[in-house]
Design a protein around this ligand. Sequence first.
Ligand SMILES: *[C@@H]1O[C@H](CO)[C@@H](O)[C@H](O)[C@H]1NC(C)=O
Ligand SMILES: *[C@@H]1O[C@H](CO)[C@@H](O)[C@H](O)[C@H]1NC(C)=O
Ligand SMILES: *[C@@H]1O[C@H](CO)[C@@H](O)[C@H](O)[C@H]1NC(C)=O
Ligand SMILES: *[C@@H]1O[C@H](CO)[C@@H](O)[C@H](O)[C@H]1NC(C)=O
Ligand SMILES: *[C@@H]1O[C@H](CO)[C@@H](O)[C@H](O)[C@H]1NC(C)=O
Ligand SMILES: *[C@@H]1O[C@H](CO)[C@@H](O)[C@H](O)[C@H]1NC(C)=O
Ligand SMILES: *[C@@H]1O[C@H](CO)[C@@H](O)[C@H](O)[C@H]1NC(C)=O
Ligand SMILES: *[C@@H]1O[C@H](CO)[C@@H](O)[C@H](O)[C@H]1NC(C)=O
Ligand SMILES: *[C@@H]1O[C@H](CO)[C@@H](O)[C@H](O)[C@H]1NC(C)=O
Ligand SMILES: *[C@@H]1O[C@H](CO)[C@@H](O)[C@H](O)[C@H]1NC(C)=O
Ligand SMILES: [Cu+2]
Length: 626
Amino acid sequence: MVSFTNICLALLSASASLVSAETHEYNWTTGWGTANLDGFERPVITCNGEFPWPDIQVNKGDRVIVHLTNGFSDRNTSLHFHGIFQHGTAQFDGPEMITQCPIGVNQTFTYNFTVPDQHGSYWYHSHTKAQYVDGMRGLFIVKDDEGYPYKLGEDYDEELSLTFQEWYHELTDDLLPTFLNKNNPTGAEPIPQNFLVNNSLSTTLEVQPNTTYLIRLVNTGGFTSYYFFIEDHEFDVIEVDGIAVERNTTSMLYITVAQRYTILLKTKEDTSKNYAIMQVVDDGMLDVIPDDLRVNGTSTLSYSSSNAAVEQYYVDDLDGTILDDFYLTPVNKVDLYDEPDVTISVDVIMDNLINGVNYAFFNNITYTAPKTPILVTALEAGDLATNADVYGSNTHTFVLEKDDIIEIVVNNQDTGKHPFHLHGHVFQLIDRAPAVDDDDTPVAFDAETNTDFPEYPMMRDTTYVLPQSNMVLRFKADNPGVWFFHCHIEWHLEQGLALVFVEAPLEMQQNETQQLTENHKAICKNVGINIDTNAAGNTNFLDLTGENIQEKTIPLGFTAKGIVAMVFSCIAGILGLATISLYGLSDLHNVEETVARDLDIDLRELADEEEDSSIGNESVSATAKN
Ligand SMILES: *[C@@H]1O[C@H](CO)[C@@H](O)[C@H](O)[C@H]1NC(C)=O
Ligand SMILES: *[C@@H]1O[C@H](CO)[C@@H](O)[C@H](O)[C@H]1NC(C)=O
Ligand SMILES: *[C@@H]1O[C@H](CO)[C@@H](O)[C@H](O)[C@H]1NC(C)=O
Ligand SMILES: *[C@@H]1O[C@H](CO)[C@@H](O)[C@H](O)[C@H]1NC(C)=O
Ligand SMILES: *[C@@H]1O[C@H](CO)[C@@H](O)[C@H](O)[C@H]1NC(C)=O
Ligand SMILES: *[C@@H]1O[C@H](CO)[C@@H](O)[C@H](O)[C@H]1NC(C)=O
Ligand SMILES: *[C@@H]1O[C@H](CO)[C@@H](O)[C@H](O)[C@H]1NC(C)=O
Ligand SMILES: *[C@@H]1O[C@H](CO)[C@@H](O)[C@H](O)[C@H]1NC(C)=O
Ligand SMILES: *[C@@H]1O[C@H](CO)[C@@H](O)[C@H](O)[C@H]1NC(C)=O
Ligand SMILES: *[C@@H]1O[C@H](CO)[C@@H](O)[C@H](O)[C@H]1NC(C)=O
Ligand SMILES: [Cu+2]
């Protein structure tokens, strides 16, 4: 029997949370300004004329309203709140052509959502082209004094944040067309000029002795991961990507783009020395490392400004000392999800298509944006919304049934690491195999031999797969909406390393708050998108005539090696101009060697192929036709 007091208490706490829920409303206009973050002044994307973009801090249960005005003169924009579930408000998740129409010039789009069941460290960023790499990003912190297991006054005394980001001196407007280019056949990512902390080459954390700091570490970059460590200090990890975890003491973290770690750092009693806070870039991600690139960012944990300046602190075996996030345990232990209802197994491949550009693929598909946002189609297609065909053949869309357990097996056939992010959810990381040497063949997940998964797997929204290796994720399709799953390396997303989940579309259609707002409809109209259409922009939802599709594959008989050899022979002249700047090198000989190494090509073999004019001519004409 429920007692009267219990009912009163329940009512009280319900009304308390209602009363305390606040609305945070922002009017933000994008634009351009300049900033000098590392000794070099360059254009940056500003918020109401300011840079950097502001931190948002709200309480669990609060409502967030952002009126985002596109103040650019020549481009669309959008805003994604990374890690926020968007229950019932999928249209405010942000990625353009996935959950919303792009916001055209001079248009204002209103994002309007609550954060009822999350707490911790998040961030927001543009989800249009590589805009966030030009600075359109900020922190998004959700406080929860009652529910967060680590408490101010008990577990920690003060709170700090550090953000990490690689920095280019060129704009993404210039980097992207050079990157996605036949003159960059290996898909070598642009080399950053610097690696920043809090938009600066280094920073100083002034700390009190004998004090515990909660520090949020957020990689807001678009490309590189960092090893994070502090000279002569250990710390406890207490949260990953908004999921509070049981304390785990470590001295080394590995943080990919979009990941967040929250740590507790207890300072020493002795104030006679300052210590280095290290941010070492994972230089294995860089195709070349220019001599003057500062790969080891060094900041200061300052106990006293009168102490000697810190020096770089070295660790010999970085990888050997990292805390493997696979072994973390969420405080709210969620059992390993049941055997999956649906298993989606994808091979990650980077390869060239007929135009010579290097793309990224899940299986044989490089994500190609539809003409109508997937969510718009899902809301308008009626019963056909459960038919994946209406989302087009090249968006790589899977329709999921409500509450199904979905398993994603990622078999990475590429020699790079890739940090994958799922929108609208946290997933369980149930398996991750070790890296495989470049010289060996990639190892795919084998469900027969790998059956032993953690009882309470680690959960988060962004995790990495290692080179030529595999990982397995599970999530529950309990959040009707449209959710992007993609590599968070912005260059790789632009190469098409993405797929889409349309989750419980019929439930979504039934829900009042999921309906496109009048504002959203106007935003679509402004950029010429008719809302009652499929991926091809057709009102007959099963007619995909005119849909966007990827470039053709290289014809049979032509290996990727062949086309690269062809590209080399065709572009030898301009190679010096385009590819060299990309590789950050000044000497042609080295570039060829680097490219050859990337592609595992014997240079002598390449020279032989170049002499074989029939191969060259045939592929040139094939390219010319396109
Ligand atoms: C945002 O702009 C609207 C319209 O100009 C104005 O009414 C409102 O007060 C502004 N809100 C904030 C928080 O600046
Ligand atoms: C903005 O988005 C619309 C709709 O996708 C597209 O047609 C248009 O080309 C985009 N504008 C720019 C400048 O990219
Ligand atoms: C609409 O979505 C909200 C948020 O997910 C959910 O709480 C509510 O039950 C849904 N309503 C319907 C009718 O499905
Ligand atoms: C945007 O607004 C400005 C100022 O109101 C105007 O000059 C410009 O033509 C508008 N641009 C577009 C594309 O509507
Ligand atoms: C935000 O959403 C709530 C709930 O749907 C609605 O009542 C409110 O009017 C919306 N506010 C704005 C500014 O769109
Ligand atoms: C670093 O940047 C974050 C995010 O903008 C900010 O909240 C924090 O106060 C900054 N920390 C320091 C030590 O400057
Ligand atoms: C440091 O804090 C602990 C308790 O947290 C206390 O026992 C100790 O005396 C403090 N030391 C100094 C030097 O303040
Ligand atoms: C950067 O740090 C690593 C590991 O601590 C070290 O091996 C390397 O020599 C350092 N590089 C430079 C340029 O100082
Ligand atoms: C801490 O992490 C290590 C692996 O780095 C793991 O073996 C251990 O079980 C973890 N402990 C807790 C309490 O999570
Ligand atoms: C991928 O391959 C399958 C099977 O060969 C084929 O049906 C599909 O059309 C291909 N997709 C693309 C985008 O090429
Ligand atoms: Cu990637």
